[in-house]
Structures are given as structure tokens and as C-alpha cells.
Design a protein around this ligand. Structure first.
Ligand code: SF4
Ligand SMILES: [Zn+2]
Length: 253
């Protein structure tokens, strides 16, 4: 909890005890790595509860009933999950040291479920022009020998493989030369959760990072896996993101 004498995080310029403290708004303080995150406890908890309720009613509930949905509906649900997830993370992503142009995390293995990859496939076809698509596909073709294979639902890439991939310094093919993400609005969950609170130098060497992680993240990942199953039958793999484009999806150029 924030002490009364601290400046109020709402930006009023008053002390907390004379401002939001009087209105009953409570702020939590989360010290992590080199950062200090101040967040509205009730607002953040509400955002997390809304997300978990949506997952329970609109994803896990359908899965438990053995329902099937079409790809379009699954993508709409994924979009809602991305938006709700962003709301729940807002104070933490604002306070993290991640900034556009710092691209270290885009050199890791990007574990992606089928439904997340499908959203990116559609984004490639709809949002990018033909020459951008061609350049991404040719980059993927050049690097395909370096991509790790698929992993099963409960599997993980081993740490050695992850380290080797990072050391080989192979950028995600969606990373543009200016350091921005060409599919930012559709980027997968793993890119959305990557919030670093340690010195950015640690990201460059790929070691000793303090990465934010919350208890509800596994439910969000499970939501994307469930949506993949609901919309694509028994396909329950994860792959490194560009590997989906090599092995599963065809892109119109
Ligand atoms: S999808 Fe975008 S944010 Fe994610 S690794 Fe690729 S370039 Fe980086
Ligand atoms: Zn205030």
C-alpha cells in the first residue's frame, strides 16, 4: 500500500493522503528488479477478474462441453483476450523498461499456438503490402533450417535449445529494420507478456533478466490453446512463430 505522504500516482500533484487516499482508492506498490510499479489495486483486480470470467465462460466452458467453433469466432475471442489482457497489464507494461527499438526479445524462440499464428497470417495478408509480405517470406525461407520443430501441448523447448537459438542471433522475421514489429497489433501472447524490469543490458546478453510474471498468465496461455482446439480439432501443438508459416500456412503474395 502507498504511504499517505507519497505523491499521488493519479498525477494531481497532491499527496496521496490528500487526494485519492481520501476517495478510498488504494494503490499497490510492486518492487521488481530496478523498477517500482504503482497500480490501482481495485482496477487491476477487476481487469484480471473480467479476463478470467471471459476465459471461463467463453473458452473453457465451451471446451468442457466438447463444442466446436469456427475460426472466425475463435479469432474474435482471441482478440477480446488480447484486449482484456492488455488492460490487466497496463500499469506494469507502462513501468517496464521495454521500449520500441529494443529488439533483444525478438531473437528468442516465440512459442505460438495455432490460433495466434492464424491471426498473424491474416494480418500479413490484410495489413501488409505485397513487397513487405515477400520480404518476410523470403527471410523465413532463408532461416528455416534454424527453426526448432513443434512441441506438444505440455512440452517445452529445452533451455539449451533456447540458448543456442538466442546465441545464433536470428531475428523474428516480423521485426523491421527500424526495430518495430510489423504485426504489432496481432503479435502473440508471449510477446505481450515479455515485460522486463531489469537493466536492458541483461536482455542483450540473454541472461539475468527480471521478467514480470503473474499467477493468471498460465490461464491466458491455456485459453489460446483451448481456442486452437475448439476451432481446429485436435491440433494442440505450439511452434516457433515463423515455423507455422513454413509448415502449416500458405500466404498469398
Ligand atoms: S512478433 Fe513482433 S514483437 Fe513478437 S518477436 Fe516478432 S517482431 Fe518481436
Ligand atoms: Zn490522486
Amino acid at each position: 500500500m502507498l504511504p499517505k505522504m507519497d505523491m499521488c500516482p493519479c498525477g494531481s500533484g497532491k499527496r496521496y493522503g490528500d487526494c485519492c487516499g481520501k476517495k478510498g482508492i488504494t494503490y499497490g506498490v510492486f518492487e521488481y528488479g530496478k523498477a517500482r510499479v504503482v497500480f490501482d489495486i481495485e482496477q487491476t483486480n477487476r481487469a484480471i477478474e473480467n479476463l478470467l470470467s471471459f476465459l471461463s465462460a467463453e473458452v473453457f466452458g465451451l471446451y468442457d462441453q466438447g463444442a466446436q467453433i469456427d475460426l472466425g469466432e475463435a479469432l474474435e475471442k482471441l482478440h477480446v483476450i488480447y484486449e482484456m489482457f492488455a488492460k490487466s497489464l497496463a500499469p506494469f507494461s507502462e513501468a517496464s523498461f521495454c521500449r520500441e527499438g529494443c529488439t533483444a526479445c525478438c531473437h528468442h524462440i516465440i512459442e505460438t499456438t495455432p490460433i495466434e499464428a492464424e491471426m498473424i497470417r491474416r494480418c500479413l495478408e490484410k495489413c501488409l503490402d505485397s513487397s513487405a509480405r515477400m520480404s518476410i517470406l523470403s527471410e523465413i525461407e532463408k532461416k528455416r533450417a534454424y527453426y526448432p520443430g513443434p512441441i506438444a501441448l505440455d512440452g517445452e523447448y529445452d533451455e539449451d535449445l533456447q540458448d543456442r537459438h538466442f546465441e545464433a542471433h536470428i531475428p523474428c522475421p516480423f521485426l523491421s529494420n527500424d526495430g518495430s514489429c510489423r504485426v504489432y497489433e496481432s503479435r502473440p501472447l508471449v510477446c505481450r507478456t515479455y515485460m522486463v524490469f531489469s537493466d536492458p543490458h541483461q536482455c542483450k546478453i540473454g541472461n539475468g533478466m527480471a521478467i514480470y510474471e503473474a499467477e493468471y498468465f498460465p490461464d491466458v496461455y491455456r485459453g489460446a490453446q483451448c481456442l486452437s482446439l475448439l476451432a481446429r480439432g485436435d491440433l494442440n501443438l505450439r511452434r516457433h512463430l515463423p515455423d507455422w508459416l513454413v509448415n502449416e500456412f500458405r500466404i498469398q503474395t
